[in-house]
Design a protein around this ligand. Structure first.
Ligand code: AP5
Length: 214
């Protein structure tokens, strides 16, 4: 089961991707998480990526594509994966298709989590991320047991730098210009599935399970 999550920043891709990965025992591959881990570890890739991420811009394709192509070729991804945050441009989608077709494989589902822009700013200002494990919560919709502390690892929760309202506005603009065309790309391939991402998290997940288990 090879799955791509599509949707605006804050639509809930990461939330749902983690649940899919757990239920179907496939790796969750998030390019945003990979970049944030590199930033935390002070790597060259992290330094480069940070300059784009802080502005709400996309990291250039050449810094992303090889990294993902290598990752999906690893043993644990042989029976499937859920890609979260990749592809984000048509060239990234084409590179993924080319890499999979070399091994006679293809993406099975592109799941678009559809949430209107007006809901996004509210979601992002309430999101909190764990500095230690990257877990994400929401102060209203998915609160932790103890305020400011990650349920999973006890790490400190922060508002991500790129979740400031001005940066979110730019991320939405970039999404509409560069990532939304992927909806048509996967629709033409006949593998696009849309779910209403404004429902509560459990309902969104049930809609996804219904799609995957038809
Ligand atoms: P990335 O980390 O991928 O950010 P994003 O796509 O903008 O997505 P988010 O992680 O912000 O949101 P999400 O949809 O996963 O929502 P979540 O589940 O957290 O990328 C960050 C940056 O890295 C990019 O801007 C770019 O610079 C760079 N980058 C990454 N990949 C790249 C690539 N391929 N090419 C180039 N650059 C790349 O949910 C959001 C909040 O809402 C949470 O608080 C959650 O608890 C809450 N929530 C979720 N679902 C619901 C619900 N149903 N109801 C109520 N609240 C909900």
């Amino acid at each position: 089961m090879k799955i791509i999550m599509l949707g605006a920043p804050g639509a809930g891709k990461g939330t749902q991707a983690k649940k899919i990965a757990e239920k179907y025992n496939i790796p969750h591959i998030s390019t945003g998480d990979i970049f944030r881990a590199n930033i935390k570890n002070g790597t060259e890739l992290g330094k480069k990526a940070k300059t784009y991420m802080d502005q709400g811009a996309l990291v250039p394709d050449e810094l992303v594509v090889d990294l993902v192509v290598d990752r999906v070729a690893q043993d644990d991804a042989k029976n499937g994966f859920v890609l979260d945050g990749f592809p984000r441009t048509i060239p990234q989608a084409e590179a993924l298709d080319a890499a999979l077709s070399k091994i006679n494989d293809k993406v099975d589902y592109a799941i678009d989590v559809d949430v209107p822009d007006e809901n996004i700013i509210n979601r992002m200002s309430g999101r909190r991320a764990c500095v230690a494990c990257g877990g994400t919560y929401h102060i209203v919709y998915n609160p932790t047991k103890t305020e400011g502390i990650c349920d999973a690892c006890g790490g400190k929760l922060i508002l991500r730098d790129d979740d400031q309202p001005e940066t979110v506005k730019n991320r939405l603009k970039v999404y509409h210009e560069q990532t939304q065309p992927l909806i048509e790309y996967y629709s033409k391939k006949g593998i696009l599935k849309s779910v209403d991402g404004t429902q509560d998290m459990a309902e969104v997940f049930q809609c996804i399970v219904d799609i995957l288990e038809v």
